[in-house]
Design a protein around this ligand. Structure first.
Ligand SMILES: NC(=O)c1ccc[n+]([C@@H]2O[C@H](COP(=O)([O-])OP(=O)(O)OC[C@H]3O[C@@H](n4cnc5c(N)ncnc54)[C@H](O)[C@@H]3O)[C@@H](O)[C@H]2O)c1
Length: 359
């Protein structure tokens, strides 16, 4: 079988930490281009991995019929434009999360996917996580009983990324803690619960601890250092309640909050058993039997979720299989996130079952 020729667009943090090494490790893929508007980053990747040509304009990729697949690892404001251009040029696309800055942009991407028939997967990498898939199976097989509620907490004392950079600028990122971290947490919930249709959403976002940039205290800053000349106009805290055709969901998430202990977990609450999943780690099952309260910690071999994601993307291009990370499923999370922002702005509940709500 011939190798799939791949191009990487955006050679920053995530590209170097996950997708590029995963393509290099897959014997069926060959990276032909590293593209970044900061050409030195593309050149560094080409040097480091000993393959590919460094370019700064992704339109070169569009014109090269040899390229079958692209990984989009740029900031959120370029996702829709580049993904749409690539699909229209006949390329299969794996686009980093979130799908886009807004639900409308994600819908446009989905529309072009349907028109062109090219693959469009979003980097909701937890769908390729071993523990998450075990939980999904347990829920599907009724081991939790009736899954009636899911509680989501992703709260940190001080974790605002790159203050004044791309992540804290709404025009670039589309939002803050909710769209950047919340997208992963909500995606796990939706996946494990069988992607239930959202019915109503109410939420409130806050921009409190980061907006006075010079007085923001921190110890470490990912995606830093701060740029005090930049913009901070995104949420650093979100609280929300979502009713779906399946379980109800409550969300509390913060890049920064005055709390003692960081909390990164999801509680799946069934009437027979409950599960607490520690984000990116193991899970615990809680139940009761014969008057005893039971707690168990399943042991299993974790696999590399990023490698699984890239391997699955490459094989679905050949097989035509629709992966769980397809835009058709991920679009629901984009809809919920937009509704939380809309609910917060309008200080009202957003309903998908009444007239006048988002389609
Ligand atoms: N899946 C995950 O868990 C995960 C983790 C981190 C980041 N991400 C996502 O990945 C994306 C990138 O995040 P990052 O932390 O790597 O950011 P980054 O700033 O480190 O890297 C982005 C790169 O894209 C380049 N770029 C910008 N516009 C471009 C264009 N038009 N053409 C080519 N290159 C362009 C920038 O110069 C930069 O080098 C974001 O959407 C983010 O949400 C996903």
């Amino acid at each position: 079988m011939s190798k799939t020729i791949v191009a990487i667009i955006g050679c920053g943090t995530i590209a170097n930490s996950a997708p590029i090494p995963a393509y290099v490790a897959n014997p069926d893929a060959e990276i032909k281009y590293f593209c970044d508007i900061r050409k030195e980053r593309a050149e560094k990747a080409a040097d480091q991995y000993g393959c590919g040509e460094a370019i700064e304009d992704y339109r070169i990729i569009l014109e090269d019929p040899e390229v079958e697949a692209v990984s989009i690892c740029t900031p959120n404001n370029c996702h829709a434009l580049i993904a749409i251009d690539c699909m229209r040029a006949g390329k299969h696309v794996l686009c980093e999360k979130p799908a886009a800055r807004t639900y409308e942009e994600a819908l446009e991407m989905q529309k072009v996917q349907h028109e062109t028939g090219k693959t469009l997967n979003i980097g909701v990498v937890n769908r390729f996580n071993t523990g998450v898939n075990i939980i999904k199976k347990m829920i599907e097989e009724g081991e939790l009983g009736d899954l009636y509620h899911v509680y989501v907490s992703f709260r940190s004392h001080r974790s605002i990324p790159g203050l004044g950079g791309d992540f804290t600028n709404k025009a670039v990122a589309g939002g803050g803690a909710l769209i950047d971290w919340g997208v992963h947490f909500l995606d796990i919930v939706m996946y494990c619960a069988g992607d239930p249709d959202p019915k109503t959403v109410t939420g409130q976002t806050y921009s409190k601890l980061g907006k006075d940039m010079k007085n923001y205290s921190y110890i470490n800053m990912w995606a830093g250092p701060p740029n005090y000349e930049g913009t901070y106009d995104v949420d650093d805290f979100v609280t929300a309640m979502i009713r779906t055709a399946g379980p109800s969901i409550t969300v509390n998430g913060a890049w920064a909050q005055n709390i003692g202990v960081n909390e990164m977990y999801i509680d799946f609450l069934g009437d027979k058993a409950g599960i607490r999943l520690q984000y990116g780690a193991d899970f615990t099952i809680y139940s009761a039997k014969h008057g005893a309260l039971l707690e168990s910690n399943p042991k299993f071999a974790q696999t590399d979720q990023f490698q699984n994601e890239i391997d699955s993307f490459l094989s679905c291009i050949k097989s035509g299989e629709k992966l769980p990370s397809h835009i058709d499923t991920v679009i629901l999370t984009a809809k919920i996130i937009q509704a939380i922002y809309q609910s917060s702005e309008q200080r009202t509940e957003i309903s998908f079952v009444k007239e006048g709500a988002l389609a």
